[in-house]
Design a binder for this molecule. Structure first.
Ligand SMILES: [Zn+2]
Length: 145
């Protein structure tokens, strides 16, 4: 599916207050805070999403829409964006008082770098909360204004 078709179908879905409208709203928020969001294969093989700190660019792998994890994926990257804002361009842990669900454990455990593991643990913690979308929006607004 090409980029235009994906965006177009997301737009149509957003008209019916589908979960995908959350994806679009979060994308808009990220862009407002100076992040560039592209729906393309990330430069890191196998990644669903990726944020490059240097130029605040976020990749969302188009496959996430087929897997119905588009919103989850952008929520995850939005947490990393808030981490970048909090560190004034240099990514740092926000220090949230929430824990990721157990099923998310293998996902951040595979990062061998301890610092990276902390950043990922936090992103997965937000992503697995029942109010993950609202939480991600509030973190962006708090740290990126
Ligand atoms: Zn991550």
């Amino acid at each position: 599916m090409n980029k235009f078709l994906i965006l177009n179908s997301l737009f149509l879905l957003s008209q019916t207050s589908n979960p995908e409208s959350k994806f679009l709203n979060l994308k808009k928020q990220l862009e407002k805070f100076g992040f560039e969001v592209v729906i393309e294969l990330p430069p890191k093989r196998g990644a669903y999403g990726l944020l490059r700190e240097a130029d605040k660019k976020i990749w969302i792998n188009p496959v996430v829409f087929e897997l119905h994890i588009g919103t989850q994926t952008i929520i995850h990257e939005a947490v990393h964006a808030a981490q970048v804002c909090a560190g004034k361009g240099k990514i740092k842990v926000l220090g949230l008082n929430i824990k990721p669900s157990n099923y998310a454990r293998p996902f951040f455990r595979r990062y061998t770098d301890v610092r990276r593991q902390d950043l990922e643990r936090e992103a997965y913690a937000v992503q697995t909360q029942p109010n993950s979308y609202e939480l991600a929006v509030s973190l962006l607004q708090k740290h990126c204004k």
